[in-house]
Ligand binder design. Structure first.
Ligand code: COA
Length: 183
């Protein structure tokens, strides 16, 4: 479990079905992804799969981001380990966008990822996904590669970002910013 000023990052459980659906049932949230919005009844099966992955220590995991003030899961952080790299993903409840919550969550998630896996950390996003690109920029990711690939008859364009600075430097920058706020 990881705590930040406003958030707790923890495992998902069946009590989170409704909050999970509020995030992934919204078509605006999957707009830049290759999955469809879920239906309300699918939330439980998704969480069952996620719990199974925890138990198997699978290479694909999702974690809840709980907004403590409301005791509500308002975001989900995902990781996928592939080809010696940890890929991260983040999806937040639309009603909570623009309050710095995704940035706050991922900043705290990065040192844990680094300590747990000791692998390069990357993220892939759609070139039109400005908020995701902005969050990655704030976290110190840099554009590594522009990818163009075919999926059936369509052409898919993606941007791959890599963490430019070591995780410790991201944490140092965060502390420096915090100290500046109180100066
Ligand atoms: C990406 C996402 C998680 C960001 O969540 P969030 O809690 O709003 O993120 P933050 O508030 O920490 O930061 C968002 C930043 O994007 C900026 N932003 C939002 N929309 C933007 C746009 N259209 N153009 C440019 N910047 C934009 C915000 O101003 C903010 O930057 P700032 O702090 O410099 O002002 C959220 O938008 C989301 O869930 N999107 C759908 C899922 C998704 O696409 N995930 C990424 C794929 S892995």
């Amino acid at each position: 479990m990881i705590k930040t000023n406003r958030l707790t990052i923890r495992k998902l459980g069946f009590a989170d079905c409704r909050d999970y659906y509020e995030i992934f049932g919204n078509p605006n949230i999957s707009r830049y992804d290759d999955f469809d919005p879920i239906r309300e009844g699918e939330s439980r099966a998704n969480i069952e799969r996620i719990i199974d992955h925890y138990n198997k220590n699978a290479s694909e995991l999702e974690f809840a981001v709980e907004y403590r003030e409301e005791q509500k899961v308002i975001g989900v952080l995902a990781l996928l380990i592939e080809d010696g790299t940890v890929y991260i993903g983040f999806h937040f409840n639309e009603a909570y966008h623009g309050r710095g919550l995704a940035t706050e969550a991922v900043i705290a998630f990065l040192p844990w990822l680094h300590k747990t896996y000791h692998l390069p950390i990357k993220a892939v996003t759609d070139p039109a996904n400005q908020s995701s690109i902005r969050v990655l920029g704030k976290l110190g990711f840099h554009l590594e590669e522009k990818i163009v690939r075919r999926a059936g008859s369509s052409v898919i364009r993606e941007l791959r970002f890599a963490l430019a600075r070591p995780v410790a430097a991201v944490a140092r920058a965060r502390t420096a910013r915090r100290l500046k706020r109180f100066a």
